[in-house]
Design a binder for this molecule. Sequence first.
Ligand SMILES: *Cc1c(COP(=O)(O)O)cnc(C)c1O
Length: 380
Amino acid sequence: MKFDVETVCIHGNERIEYPYGSLSVPIFQAATFTHPGIGESTGYDYTRESNPTRTELERIMNALEGGVDTVACNTGMAAIALAFELLPPESHVVCSEDLYGGSVRYFDTMGERKGLHFTYVDTSDIQNIKDALQDNTKALYIETPSNPTMQITDLRKVKELAVEKDLLLYVDNTFLTPYFQKPIALGADVVISSGTKFLSGHNDTLAGFITVADKKHAEQIRYAYKTIGCCLSPFDSYMLVRGIKTLALRMERAQENAEKIALWLQEQPHVAKVYYVGLKDHPGYEVNKSQCSGYGSMISFRVDTEERARKMLEKVKVIAYAESLGGVESLMTYPMLQTHGDVPVEQREKLGITETFLRLSVGVESVGDLINDLEQALSD
Ligand SMILES: *Cc1c(COP(=O)(O)O)cnc(C)c1O
């Protein structure tokens, strides 16, 4: 029987019976496992390598992404760093110019120290990627929608180029999650997610995932994973299994709220520009529609003055002024100072991440309460 995505969130590709008929996955809070005999194993030896609670999470996440294998890491950043173990030193990578700030920090400092080299371009235009290719280019690294300016990249077109030039295609799927977007079906070789965001969904647990589409990559990633040890704990694995059960409900409701808020923001005199993929005048609207089943619930917007941006962050009452995104609670951030504080100033200004630019992660509260809150926070 093939399950729809809502069912996969809850059961993976099949419903598993846990010991004693427990409906929820047991938390195997164990670092080590006894051997039944010399050279024998129960299937589990040591939790850095694998743990039954984590295996269950990886099974469900892998079913959602449609990969060959998925590893659960302790953070999204750990997953990103681990995923680059697939590339030999002196590899060049072309990436989206508008990326999660932590990724840029890793690429430009520790990535470079490992002998990896990165060029940032606007990947919404395939020609920019072609122009940036070098003899040693080995991979493309894409965020779509990008963070925080919500640019959309055509994954099918990027895949064509990757096949032609023999490049690995990495996609960071944090913003839409496999509920709305399945990069592997569109040709991605490696999908990365911060599980801290929508997947966990409650702003209470850090996690990260790497899903790969190829057996050889799966072996390489598993080897690096057990060697480095950036594994998700049994308890946090349980938290993620629990969070993902309601992914479909939360994604739908947050998106519904976000659409209403984006339309409302557009009408406000103090709002200069709204960046939301679900708006028909968004430049990536059609491409996004062709490759995923939703737009998500991340909105960025520009207000008229720096003073208003700063005041808004202090005045919001239902919405919290806090880093991160994707939880049931709505959060507002100041990308210039927070998530993108480590992105070089020229790059940031080119993207428009300036003093008047705010990012809103829409949660699942009453949309009326959220709009009332934004209204009072925007007013003089
Ligand atoms: C948060 C985030 C990350 C990093 O994940 P952590 O769990 O915070 O380490 C990577 N990519 C994107 C798009 C993110 O939003």
